[in-house]
Design a protein around this ligand. Structure first.
Ligand code: HEC
Ligand code: HEC
Length: 278
């Protein structure tokens, strides 16, 4: 018992002495020009980062931008990293230890993240300043925040797709509600014709990953005239996963949108003649 305490005390006092010696060195080295030999760092490399600057491309939906910097002590002496200071409160960095002592040849990872919650589209530049026994080192974290890619290209995970299909099979209009609406309904707002088709219909019918039950509209036997296109869009196909899209049927589309979509489809898909565009 007493022995253990003694050992601990000895280790502790040795560490404290090392810490004090280092602090003293810092005071001397910080205030005076570098001396020949002794403890002063050499002109050559001491602490090397795997990169001085790293980039992360985020979307406005991400809550943070993660970074990892690998640090190696290529010097002949131990190096102490006392602290890492981010350039703003929105950036957090984690040292493996406080202080972090890197033996000659040792290396390790420093993880950091730039908080993005609610961040709008922007190009952000943040820095991490490492306070070390061989001076200050600064690395740069660049984050470009952009709107997420077109929703129709967002693949659903298998689990999501299964859950979605179960919901849609029970009620085809489920796609206009709750979380489903972000991809299947909200994007229709204010659109007409071709753009409306791509946002509202193409998401299912033109996806290369779509379920076998979703037909390819190109080359299909389709409604023969404008009126039947309107009915199909407005009311869907009862008892299938193809819902009615008209507001009067609980869908997201206004009467004008239904008409513009019907006109576009009648022109581009309704006839065997080549498509003429919207
Ligand atoms: C949630 C996915 C989904 C969306 C979104 C969707 N459809 Fe469908 N659609 C289906 C499915 C599933 C079928 C097959 C229904 C069946 O079982 O016959 C279908 C069938 C069709 C058919 C063939 C109808 C028939 O009688 O065979 C047409 C035409 C069609 N959809 C047009 C559209 C148009 C236009 C839009 C946009 C307003 C649209 N779809 C949006 C899933 C979708
Ligand atoms: C992140 C965007 C997104 C969300 C959220 C979403 N979907 Fe989809 N959905 C798609 C895409 C994209 C497709 C086309 C198939 C593909 O690419 O995986 C699709 C296809 C479908 C289909 C056609 C069947 C198939 O797998 O091809 C149904 C039915 C459907 N979704 C229902 C729903 C329902 C119900 C919800 C809500 C529980 C929902 N979706 C939420 C993007 C989304």
């Amino acid at each position: 018992m007493w022995h253990g305490w003694g050992m601990w005390k000895m280790k502790w006092s040795r560490a404290a002495a090392a810490g004090l010696a280092w602090l003293a060195w810092l005071a001397v080295a910080g205030g005076l020009p570098a001396r020949e030999g002794g403890d002063s760092p050499p002109a050559g490399p001491t602490l090397v980062f795997d990169a001085e600057s790293k980039e992360y491309h985020a979307t406005t939906e991400e809550t943070n931008a993660p970074f990892v910097f690998y640090v190696t002590n290529v010097w002949t002496n131990a190096i102490v990293i006392q602290e890492v200071e981010p350039s703003c409160r929105c950036t957090v960095a984690d040292l493996p230890a406080h202080p972090w002592i890197l033996a000659p040849g040792a290396s390790g990872a420093v993880t950091a993240r730039v908080e993005l919650d609610g961040q709008e589209e922007a190009a952000l530049v943040r820095t991490l300043t490492f306070l070390t026994s061989v001076g200050e080192r600064v690395v740069t974290l660049e984050v470009s925040v952009t709107a997420p890619p077109r929703r129709a290209d967002t693949p659903l995970t298998e689990a999501e797709r299964k859950a979605a299909t179960v919901k849609a099979a029970a009620d085809a209009r489920a796609i206009f509600k709750g979380d489903c609406a972000a991809c299947h309904a909200d994007k229709a707002r204010g659109l007409l014709g071709k753009e409306l088709y791509e946002a509202t219909c193409g998401i299912c019918h033109d996806s290369p990953r779509r379920a076998a039950s979703v037909p390819d509209l190109h080359g299909l036997k389709l409604p023969a005239d404008l009126a039947s296109w309107k009915t199909l869009i407005a009311c869907g196909k009862p008892h299938t996963m193809m819902p009615g899209f008209a507001a009067t049927e609980g869908g997201p589309l206004t009467e004008l949108q239904v008409s513009s979509l019907a006109a576009y489809l009648d022109k581009t898909m309704g006839h065997p003649s080549p498509a003429t565009g919207p």
